[in-house]
Write a protein that binds this ligand. Structure first.
Ligand code: HEC
Length: 447
């Protein structure tokens, strides 16, 4: 993603925070939509198959209704399926600027697969309407023998194409979602992401667990959406054929119950997979909120299934939408925690550029410790050697000789053959002085 990296400008600390909020916002649009498209396409194909087996016309009607409910129309597909993901890719490119992590590459691939998938699934929806037209024609009413043959051929091939588009769309969407989940998981586990291979990392246990959560959640939300749209939104449809409404209610609430039962458990495992640097109070709180909301949804499915109480059908959908938003915020909080040091590096660079632009040449606002944390701590610790030697081992020779230390920091020379040479950190004189003073003060304090 070199070309994206070149587009990126360093950001101020406030701007980086803002980017995290925008990311939550665009993903809150994208995730619920793409979830119901995936769950809906799967359910529609499944009910089509059931129709062939049982010949129950309700299955056929449901197969068509479901795909129409979840895809809404073409422009919604672009607005909710593609634009937010493109925005998310640009934001990730900013936040993860100058890192080696594969997040942006995953997002880019997921966009490609999802665009193809949406095209196919919308074609599936369209062919579904075409096949309804075919069904409504009575072949006996066709007088011409040739025309009747053509009619049969067309009908068969349109049905074949329909299923082909539906299935391929589902497979492409699955792969696209897998890349998407890998992107989010790698960003949320930024500090301890030790899966170097681009493709092999897709099989990392954390990614697979998150994929399982995503798919299970997609099925749950889809059934919530079917209940909401059919029982609540389309009041008129409900009265059209009460038998069919009962059929939809039964099928969707049972499927919703099945899908949601394992979710809280899976999300809990996900929580324990975070490392200490990533886990914080807010990550924990949002996870708990998400689990509670899913429990609630589970009970609402139960009420609809066994108590025939339709009032809950609108409730359930929104409860699940909120659950998905809580889950998204949780991942963003985790990413914010994991990339804290990196964000500091980026904003320090921004401050530097700003100071250079203003001609100040120095960043008065940064203390020695702040500069140290960002520019030195990646290679150094006080007590132990990391990339460079432990400060306690090398500082004694600089005690009482601060200028010598400043000189070394401003222009490192080769000292110890056991270490590689230290790269020049490129500090301004005042910055180097501040860091040197901080090191010696700290050394005096801790010894
Ligand atoms: C990319 C890694 C890296 C960064 C970043 C880095 N250092 Fe070093 N540092 C090293 C290495 C490696 C050595 C050992 C060099 C040698 O012995 O030749 C070293 C050595 C030192 C020494 C010992 C010099 C001596 O006389 O033995 C000091 C002091 C030091 N670094 C301070 C700093 C400070 C202050 C910063 C931040 C402004 C910093 N380093 C940033 C890698 C780094």
């Amino acid at each position: 993603m070199d070309f994206l990296d070149k587009l990126v400008l360093p950001q101020s600390a406030e701007h980086i925070e803002l980017l995290h909020y925008i990311l939550v916002l665009v993903l809150a649009l994208f995730v619920p939509f793409i979830s119901v498209v995936f769950g809906g396409a799967f359910a529609s194909l499944q009910y089509g198959k059931k129709y062939k087996k049982t010949n129950n016309p309700y299955y056929k009607k449901l197969s068509k209704d479901v795909i129409e409910y979840v895809t809404v129309n073409n422009s919604v597909g672009v607005i909710l399926g593609i634009v937010p993901l493109l925005t998310a890719m640009l934001i990730f490119a900013q936040l993860l600027h100058k890192t080696q992590i594969q997040t942006v590459g995953y997002i880019a691939l997921s966009i490609v697969f999802i665009i193809v998938a949406l095209f196919m699934i919308y074609t599936y929806r369209y062919s579904m309407m075409v096949s309804t037209v075919f069904d409504s024609v009575n072949p006996d009413s066709i007088k011409d023998k040739d025309a009747e043959d053509d009619y049969k051929k067309l009908k068969a091939s349109s049905s074949y194409l329909k299923i082909k588009y539906g299935k391929s769309g589902l497979v492409f969407l699955f792969i696209g979602l897998w890349f998407y989940v890998a992107a989010i998981t790698s960003a949320a586990n930024f500090t301890n992401w030790d899966f170097p291979g681009f493709i092999t990392a897709l099989a990392a246990p954390k990614v697979l667990l998150n994929l399982l959560i995503f798919i299970t959640f997609a099925f749950t939300l889809t059934n919530g959406a079917i209940l909401f749209i059919h029982l609540y939104w389309n009041e008129s449809k409900k009265d059209e054929d009460p038998e069919y409404t009962k059929f939809v209610k039964d099928i969707a609430s049972r499927a919703g119950l099945k899908a949601s039962v394992s979710l809280p458990f899976l999300i809990l495992i996900n929580l324990f997979s975070f490392s200490n640097t990533t886990l914080s109070g807010s990550v924990f709180v949002y996870t708990v909120v998400c689990i509670v909301l899913i429990f609630l949804a589970y009970h609402l499915f139960y009420m609809i299934q066994f108590k025939n109480d339709y009032r809950f059908s609108s409730f359930i959908f929104f409860v699940l939408i909120f659950a998905s938003i809580a889950f998204i915020i949780k991942d963003q909080k985790a990413m914010t925690n994991a990339t804290e040091i990196h964000s500091l590096t980026l904003s320090t660079e921004y401050d530097k550029i700003l100071a250079d632009l203003k001609g100040e040449g120095t960043v008065a606002a940064l203390s020695g410790k702040e500069i140290y944390d960002v520019r030195c701590a990646s290679c150094h610790r006080f007590e132990q050697k990391l990339v460079g030697p432990a400060h306690f081992d090398v500082l004694p020779k600089y005690v009482g000789n601060e200028p010598k230390l400043v000189a070394f920091i401003r222009n490192p020379v080769k000292v110890d053959p056991a270490f590689p040479p230290m790269p020049n950190p490129g500090l301004k004189p005042q910055e180097a002085e501040a860091v040197a003073k901080y090191l010696l003060d700290e050394f005096a304090k801790r010894k």
